[in-house]
Design a protein around this ligand. Structure first.
Ligand SMILES: *Cc1c(COP(=O)(O)O)cnc(C)c1O
Length: 354
C-alpha cells in the first residue's frame, strides 16, 4: 500500500435515494413533496437580485431566524438554521454528543445517524424497535451520551405521543435529547411545547418534505438559547456562511402563506388515507403512518422483487435490504395521478406478473 493512503479517512457514506435522470418516471422514493412550494416563494423569487451575490450572506441568518421565531412563537435566540436538517443534525452531533458513553438511537431509523456517529467517532448503541416497530421508552432509561430519534420515525412512519417524549426526557435529564421532526407536519404531536420544561431538548425541522423545498436545502433547530448558542459557535468554527442569500430569502417567504401550506398538508394526508385503503384491498400490510409515506409489505410477494418490478415499470420507491424490513417498501405519497400509476403497476405485479 502506498504510504500516503494510510492517512486517508475511510468512511461508509450515507446512501440517499436515487435521483433518476429520466423525465417520465414516477418518483416516490425520497419523500419529496409532489406539490410546488407556496406562491409566496414564487413571488420572492422574482425579487432576488443577482447583483447581491457579490456580497457574503448574513452569517447570522437573521431574516430567516426572525421569520421562524415569529412563526413558532419563540425568541430568535431559540432558533438555529442550516443547509437542510442534515446540516443541522450533523452540527448537533458535533456540538452535543461528546461523551465517552454511547449515544442512543433506534436500530431501524434514519440511517444518517449511524453515518454521522461513525464519521465523528461517537460511540453509539441502537436499541431494537419492538415487534410492532415502535420505539420502546424503557430502552432509553440506561446511561448514555445523548439520545436522538425522529418523531414520526422513518422509515416506519410511526409517531409516538407527547407523553412518550416526556417519558424519555424525564429519564434523560443529563444529556441532550434531539427529536427529529422531519415529518411532524403530516401527523403526530410536536415536542415544541416541552421546550418550556426541558432545557436539554432540541427539536429539528426541515423545509424538504412538508414545505416542498428539498432543493433549496433549509433546516432548523429549536431549543433553549444556550444550546442554540453552542450550535452557532460550532457552525462559526466550521463555516460561517452555511446558508446562501437565496435560501434565506425564500425560506422566510415560505412562511407567509399558511393557508396554502395547510391545504397541501391536508391533500397529502387524504391521499395517504386513500393509499392505505388501496394497499389493504391489494392484501398489503402497512404500518400506521403519520408521515408523507407508507411503509408496506405484501405477504405473498417478495419485497425486493416487487421493488425491482416497480422500478422496471418506471415507479421508484425506496427499498432497504436490511434485517426485519427487507419485505417492506417505503412509498412516498405522490399526486393522485402518480398514485394511480403506482396502484396499476402493483396490481399487475400481484396478479401474476412477478
Ligand atoms: C429527510 C430527512 C432528513 C433530512 O432532510 P433535509 O433534506 O436534510 O432537511 C432528516 N431526518 C429525517 C428523519 C428525514 O427523513
Amino acid at each position: 500500500m502506498k504510504e500516503w493512503k494510510k492517512n486517508i479517512r475511510k468512511v461508509v457514506p450515507y446512501v440517499p435515494g436515487e435521483q433518476p435522470k429520466q423525465q417520465d418516471i414516477i418518483k416516490l422514493n425520497t419523500n419529496e413533496n409532489p406539490y410546488p412550494p407556496s406562491p409566496s416563494v414564487y413571488e420572492a423569487m422574482k425579487r432576488i437580485d443577482p447583483g447581491r451575490m457579490r456580497l457574503y450572506p448574513d452569517p447570522s441568518c437573521r431574516m430567516l431566524v426572525n421569520g421562524l421565531a415569529s412563526y413558532h412563537g419563540l425568541d430568535a435566540g431559540q432558533i438555529f438554521v442550516g443547509v437542510g436538517s442534515d446540516d443541522v443534525l450533523a452540527m448537533a452531533f458535533m456540538t452535543f454528543f461528546n461523551s465517552e458513553k454511547p449515544i442512543l438511537f433506534p436500530d431501524i431509523t434514519y440511517s444518517f445517524y449511524q453515518v454521522w456517529a461513525d464519521l465523528l467517532k461517537i460511540p453509539f448503541k441502537t436499541p431494537a424497535l419492538d415487534e410492532d416497530f415502535q420505539i420502546r421508552a424503557e430502552d432509553y432509561y440506561r446511561e448514555n451520551g445523548g439520545v436522538i430519534f425522529p418523531n414520526p420515525n422513518a422509515p416506519t412512519g410511526i409517531a409516538r405521543p407527547l407523553d412518550f417524549i416526556r417519558d424519555i426526557l424525564d429519564h434523560n435529564q443529563d444529556v441532550i435529547v434531539v427529536v427529529d421532526e422531519a415529518y411532524i407536519d403530516f401527523g403526530g404531536e410536536t415536542a415544541l411545547p416541552l421546550l418550556k420544561e426541558y432545557e436539554n431538548l432540541l427539536v429539528v425541522r426541515t423545509y424538504s418534505k412538508s414545505r416542498s423545498m428539498a432543493g433549496m436545502r433549509i433546516g432548523y433547530a429549536m431549543g433553549n438559547p444556550e444550546l442554540i448558542q453552542a450550535l452557532n459557535d460550532v457552525k462559526y468554527s466550521y463555516n460561517s456562511y452555511t446558508m446562501d442569500q437565496t435560501a434565506l430569502e425564500l425560506g422566510t417567504a415560505a412562511l407567509l402563506d399558511e393557508n396554502y401550506f395547510q391545504s397541501v398538508l391536508r391533500k397529502i394526508i387524504a391521499t395517504r388515507q386513500e393509499a392505505a385503503e388501496r394497499l389493504t384491498q391489494m392484501g398489503f400490510r402497512w404500518l400506521d403512518s403519520s408521515a408523507n409515506f407508507i411503509f408496506a409489505a405484501h405477504p405473498s410477494c417478495d419485497g425486493g422483487k416487487l421493488f425491482q418490478y416497480l422500478r422496471d415499470h418506471g415507479v421508484y420507491v425506496r427499498y432497504f435490504n436490511s434485517p426485519r424490513i427487507d419485505q417492506y417498501l417505503r412509498i412516498t405519497i405522490g399526486t393522485d395521478e402518480e398514485m394511480k400509476r403506482l396502484y396499476q403497476v402493483l396490481e399487475s405485479a400481484l396478479y401474476g406478473n412477478i
